[in-house]
Design a protein around this ligand. Structure first.
Ligand code: ACO
Length: 319
């Protein structure tokens, strides 16, 4: 039995905010600096009061619609997010309530920008064990809430959004192999080192990053985990039809594709449109590739995530 993607969906809130818009908002930066270093041209920012579960709801409805699945038939809901609506209940439970599903297993996964790949892998294991039949797997973030808008080195890089897939038990091929890793020794190079304690924020509630250390780490592990996943499925990297890596930075994406020996014509890139949306990024790019017709049924696609923790992982699947 396989776990197979039956439908995809995504949602970006509000209007696109261009790099020039950020300059108009008083950030000391330029379109040239941001585009040349990251490939990002725009991002979307949630309205005040709009939460990760709100974005997840829109993306989920679109995925359910494409899959032709009734929300009552979903028996597993996993939301990957680092910007949950509340400390608890989980964003997955809040999403479940908004969708009107009752009784499904529901929980959040916290693996930052690897979150969607982690959540998809977990859902596959629930399905292949036979305990669940139809899963809703979502990456949803409002990263704009944890950005220090006075730190131009980080605030220009991120955006808000959500992506979702319906994953179901099938006798036709779906997920072929997956690999998840983490190394907590590197927790300090990308973090939000704050907490709520006794009614006060303790520590620092904003995203902090050593950009160059993150860059080097990401390129190394993304190429390694892609090779690991190909070996586990007995698939040559050259036989992968599409690479959908975490959409953080075009230079990380290009370096990863080069290390894998894949041309950029086989890589799905959407980072220019929405910046780094953390756990949502891979699912946003997957949805774009399906809806614009590039990713076809029967093709092999490698999804890859890397993020704070540090965490990283890959899923190789036949779409
Ligand atoms: N606009 C204009 N100038 C800026 C900006 C900005 N937004 N941000 C920083 N600068 C300036 C700095 O002040 C510095 O100026 P100085 O030389 O006068 O001191 C100069 O640009 C270079 O700064 P660096 O931080 O050294 O810039 P670098 O070339 O390393 O690029 C970047 C920074 C884009 C973050 C790069 O390190 C990178 O791509 N890192 C990967 C990190 C990443 O993509 N993270 C995403 C999240 S992690 C993840 O998802 C896995």
């Amino acid at each position: 039995m396989f776990a197979r993607i039956a439908g995809v969906g995504s949602y970006l809130p509000g209007q696109a905010v261009s790099n020039d818009d950020l300059v108009l908002r008083g950030i000391e930066t330029s379109d040239e600096w941001i585009v040349s270093r990251t490939g990002i041209k725009a991002r979307h920012l949630a309205e005040p009061g709009q939460t990760s579960s709100d974005l997840a709801l829109e993306a989920s409805r679109r995925a359910l619609d494409m899959a032709g699945v009734d929300v009552a038939d979903i028996d597993l809901i996993i939301v990957a997010t680092s910007t949950p609506d509340f400390i608890f209940p989980s964003t997955a439970c809040l999403l479940q309530g908004k969708l009107g599903n009752r009784g499904a297993t529901a929980f959040d996964v916290q693996a930052v920008c690897s979150g969607f790949v982690y959540a998809l892998t977990i859902a596959e294991k629930f399905i292949r064990s036979g305990s669940n039949k139809k899963a809703l797997v979502v990456g949803a973030e409002v990263f704009s809430r944890i950005l220090d808008w006075n730190d131009r080195g980080t605030c220009v890089l991120f955006g808000d959004g959500a992506g979702a897939v319906v994953l179901e038990a099938s006798d036709r091929p779906g997920i072929l192999a997956s690999a998840l890793h983490a190394d907590g020794a590197h927790h300090g190079i990308l973090s939000v080192p704050g907490n709520v304690c006794g009614g006060q924020v303790t520590g620092d509630p904003f995203l902090r990053m050593d950009g160059q250390a993150v860059f080097k780490f990401a390129v190394r592990v993304l190429a390694d985990v892609a090779r690991e996943c190909c070996a586990a499925a007995d698939v040559l990297p050259a036989d992968v039809d599409w690479l959908i890596p975490h959409q953080a930075n075009i230079r990380i994406i290009e370096a990863t594709a080069k290390k894998m020996g894949l041309g950029m014509d086989k890589v799905i890139v959407t980072v220019d449109r929405h910046g780094n949306t953390s756990a949502a990024s891979v699912s946003l790019a997957l949805d774009a590739a399906v809806r614009d017709g590039r990713l076809q049924r029967g093709q092999k696609v490698m999804l890859e995530g890397v993020g704070g923790g540090f965490t990283w992982g890959a899923v190789l699947l036949e779409f």
